[in-house]
Each structure stands twice: as structure tokens, then as C-alpha cells.
Design a protein. Sequence first.
Length: 400
Amino acid sequence: MSKALTCLGAGLMAALASAPSSAQGYESPPTFSAAKVLPPDLLQGPYHKIVGPVTVQGFLNRYQMQTKYGTFTVEGTELLRMRVHEVAATAELEKVNSAETLVASAGRTALKPIGTAKDLVTAPGKTVGEAWKGVGGWFNRVDASMSATDPNREGTVASLTGGSKARRKLAFDLGVDPYTTFEPLNAELMRVASASAVGETGVNIGLAFVTGGAGIAISVGGTTSTVREVLRDKTAADLEQLGREKLAAMGVSPGTVNAFYATQGLTPTDKAVIVASLMSLGSAGDREVFIARTAQAKTYSEGFAYRRKAELTAAFAKRVSPVHSFFNVNGTPVMQTGAGAVAIVPMDYVYWSPGLAQLVSNTGAQGQIWITGSASQLATDSLAGRGWKIVPKAGARLEK
């Protein structure tokens, strides 16, 4: 079983598809029209359009998303869903006039530190306790910022000032990642948050503009609102500090925790979601296996795939069967569940290839492969003949 499971993780999707398919009976990576594989809201919207053919690379669909900000290559339907939402959020932020935002209430909070000092002098009995709580929290944030290692975190100064807080509030209202890797949205969040911080205005855009679901797409076993609120209220340094404590409590070694927070393939939000997902598994053993592999993510596309894998794992444990443990097969995390060995992999289209056939042949193993997309009939039948059941549309089944 171990050899068959070796490359069923998200990090090794390309290896499964890379072998040449010249031998008769195998399938080549297909090319689709976007209209065939996408629902209408992802195919085209007010702010984007998918153009050109859709190729399949590493079992992920590769899309060309055309927007007013440029044309972006997006790997995988799961990531495309988030990017479409981010484009819409960017357009909404563009409607906010930074000059008006700044002038509307500039200076309203500029004197608050002085006002606090005055209150301490004139009414110490009333305010010292509250002020101490505030100062204590401030020093806690300093400590977290100074010790944080996440390369995608806010700087120490930014995490203590209004800009960071305003950015997280905006992201919460829009349902997007405050640490987004989509540069047009990043620029707009920075612009509006900076103006909002100076004037402390409430730019309440909300999610009314959204079509096709929330872009941040946090599930984590049904605790969506809680996780989103933590992302709004905590700095990246705070998230790392909390995450390190939770991972240590799960038995993850310091070296693995350090590697996880050092990787650039995950945003602070992704890392928080992964930790929350693993926390939701209760007493599942060997969760370090998952963290160790995720820490090796080299690109954002790969890191995002592991975030989705973590979310789907949490949903599987809640809706299908408990996860007893993870085990490491040549670096790949696989679940041992009440339903047997299960690999959950964000794949758009699985076709029958020599690499896939080699991995599952002559092992005598049986298991399930849950994928977010679909599989060709030949791949489904060929895997079944070797004792493997492929379960398509995993996201729709687990997060409905």
C-alpha cells in the first residue's frame, strides 16, 4: 500500500502525470473549452473573463483570467474561485475615494493617546485598569511581532498602527485574505486601509457584491465565522504565536513548526486555516506529518492546494469518518480513517497515465482517492480494477 500512496498527495500531482503517454491504452492530458468545465459565474463576470483553451497540467486545470488589471494564469479551479472573488473585491475598493475618506474624519483619533494620558491623570481610579489592559495588549503585540518569523507578516510598526487593523477589517468585510497574493487587491487594500487608518472611518463595503460564494472560502469543520473573526482581530504575528502554541500541543516538533512558519508558499491566513483544520481533528495522531509536508510548499499554488486539503480533511472528519492518524509515505501525508486509507487531493481532472498506473499496480493495496474535480471513465475503471475507488467532487460533497 505504501508505494501506491506515495504520490497521491497534492505536492506530487505533477509526478503522477509526467510520465510519457505514448503507450496504447493511456490518455494524454486533455484540453477543454472553458465553457465546458466552468459554471457561468466563474466563466465570466462583471470584472473578469476566462479566455483561451483550458489545459490540464499536473491534474489541475490552468486558466487565463482576463481582467482590467491584466491577464493572470491561475492553476486550479479552487484557486480560480478565490481569484474571481478577489477581482470583484478589488473593483469595489476602487470605488472608495481615499481623499474623501481621509478628509471626512482626519484627526478624529490622532489625539487619543493624549486623551488617554489626560484621563489617567484626572480619573485614575476609573481608567488605570482599562489602560493597563490596553498597554498589556500592546506589549503582547510587540513581543509577538518581534519574535514572528512568517515572511508574509506585517512589519512590527505596521502591526501596531491603524493601517494593519484597518486592512484586516476591510478584508473581513470583503471576505478576502488580508494577506492576499493577488497584487491588484493588495494594492487597493493598502490604499484604502491607509486612508481609513488616518481618519478611522468605517469603510463598510460588505459582501453584497459577491456572486459565487465567499472568496476566502474558509470551512474548517463549520467554524467559518470564528476563523474569519480571528483573522480580523489578530495580527499575523499574533496568529503565528497562537499557531505555534497549538501545534506544539499537537506534538509537532519545534523544527517542523519553524519550517512551517518560514515557508513563503502560504500566507498567514493559509497557515491559520491549516492549524485550525488540524485542531478540529481532536486527538488524531501524527499531525506533524501533514505540517512537515506542507512546509515544503515552494509556490503559492502548491501552498493553497495544501490549505484546501486541510479544509477538506476537517470536513471529511466531521461528515464522513474520524481521522485516526496521518502516516508518512516517502514524505506524503495520508489519512488513516474509520473508512480506511484515504487521500484527499485538490485535482481538477484525473486521466489514466503511465505514471498513475505504475503507482497503483502490483501493490495489492486498496483505498480511496477523493478529488475536487472529476476523472475520466478510463481512469475510474482502471483504478477500480486495482482496488482504488476515486470519489469525485469532494468539495461539493464535504462542504455543502
